[in-house]
Ligand binder design. Sequence first.
Ligand code: PLP
Length: 393
Amino acid sequence: MATRVHGRPLAYLDNAATTHRPRAVLDAMDGFSRTSNANVHRGVHRLSQVATDAFEAARETVRISIGASEAAEVVFTKGCTEAINLVAQSWGTANLREGDEVLLSTMEHHANIVPWQVVAKATGARIRPIPIHDDGTLDLSALDTMLGPKTRLVGIAHVSNSLGTINPVEEVARLARSAGAKVLVDGAQALAHLPVDVRALGVDFYAMSGHKMYGPMGVGGLYARRELLEEMPPYQTGGGMIRTVTFEETTYAGVPDRFEPGTPNVAGVIGWAAAFEFLAGLDRKAVQHHEDDLLALASELIGSQPGVHVLGPIPSSRAAVVSFVMDGIHPHDIGTVLDQEGVAIRAGHHCCMPLMARLGVSGTARASLALYNTGEEVHALAKGLARVREVMT
Ligand code: PLP
């Protein structure tokens, strides 16, 4: 990477927080802003039509990329967090009742916990955490026993942002469906690493984030099956989501417009679609191979250091994330010393406080890898850890 920090070439290993964007994404956004900038769905004039066509073409690109049946099943949001809030507030408020249960895995990001807590409080529903094993994998048999007539929804991360655990979403969806429950998948960390086919996975809702998969910040989306969207009340309201308005009554537009009030992030949506196209244009097997190699190298180089403990499952059940702790050294100190060495990692609870409590740590240091990372950068991290030990002990 050309960027230097503290006089050293930056090894950016914080890709689970956000990824960098390829030129194709930057060009797509820039091209829209320079030549086609107009509001969508509103104007009769030519430029507005061009912008609307580009916006709806982006929706179709997302649909194809995730295997949805129709473009109307893709709702644009400002990110994964907003997508989950949409489901919780709209579907949750309409469907949850006193005594109903929402099962969420212990490794969920706060984005897939707090929105459900708010709705549970308002409806009298109960949240039950699905346990995990000590190695950070989901306890499927516990899920099986927890599922019952009161279960209305199972929420699960496709890939854990803290540990990299790849969850068996297809199996979770199968179990949930047989109990009559809906399944919401937090896909924020999956799309950069795995091909995703929402129909093959058999899920009801799939929440997505642009900036975690080489797209821009402030954009993402929700996949939801059409028949669910059709029954869901609006989450946010205003212009662009109505059919008719009088001061007495409003009727709403169909899906997905009903869930997209206000002016959307049109350039962001176009950039996000370009990120999907960028990934589609790559040899995904080769990318996966590269990331697996980096993950194996990082796990080996980090895990073999004295006093270092890698958390989470074995590399073959993990996406390109290595979470670790060092005896007697706070994760923030690890992150700070590594920064001085030009290595950017994340330190803390990673918005997964219940997971940290389960693992018995206050936080971890986390290196998260992307397709543009190199073995050299992983070696820089390992060298940096030796420096951490030198400085901190
Ligand atoms: N879910 C997971 C697993 C995440 O890692 C993140 C971001 O860190 C989010 C949700 C939130 O995504 P967004 O930034 O798109 O709202």
